[in-house]
Design a protein around this ligand. Sequence first.
Ligand code: GLP
Length: 243
Amino acid sequence: MKFVVTDTYEQLSDKAAALILAQVQNKPRSLFVLPTGATPLGLFRRLVEAGKAGHADFSAAVFAVLDEYAGIATSDRRSLCGWLRRELLDPLAISDDRILTFTPHGEPQVEAERMEHALAQNGGIDVAVLGLGPNGHLGFNEPGSAFDSGCRLVSLTPESIRSNAAYWGSEADVPRTGFTLGLGTLLAARDFVLMVSGAHKADILARTINGPASVDLPATIVHLHPNAIVLADRAARPSKAQL
Ligand code: GLP
């Protein structure tokens, strides 16, 4: 695992963008997995700018959405795919046939198999970009998720429901289940980038970096992936005492 700390969030976003831009230049038909949340917004801004300025060509790239709430309408504006479309995919004019996503109200087993199959059909994941959940989750892989888990429907933990309540109005409104790419699915990505920003992530980042790999903390798969990079800004950097 490579651990890179930048001074600022802007520099963190620059570094992540440089990785993605180099990848799409080397392999235009790359398959990217992207997360939602606040952390990747600076990265997305840079990718949109690069695409619009003609500095990057995403016209052959394929994008998979890391996770999705279950049981909501596809058109629900709180759908994670809808969010990713607004922030990145629509501004980059990525066509539907190059977006791999779960159908929120689809039959769970069918959806899980369809997504695994779609990832394989597109040559496997080139770069998986992840955010760090407050309880160490990756996507909707909550603590306890097996390291060899595949795409599947999962129950959200009370902590994740709480942390997503702001987007839904109240905790009661947050869907109780969601689809996610599995930890095994993510481990198979050729490159793995975990982005972490902000002082509120310092504790969970310290536990992630310290390891060892444990299913109690899904993000510790960074110790198992042969090509993992953890990108953090200074605010998220654990103190010496924590490491
Ligand atoms: C959510 C998402 C994850 C995301 C995480 C961190 O639970 N399902 O994909 O990475 O939160 O979000 P943020 O970047 O806003 O801290």
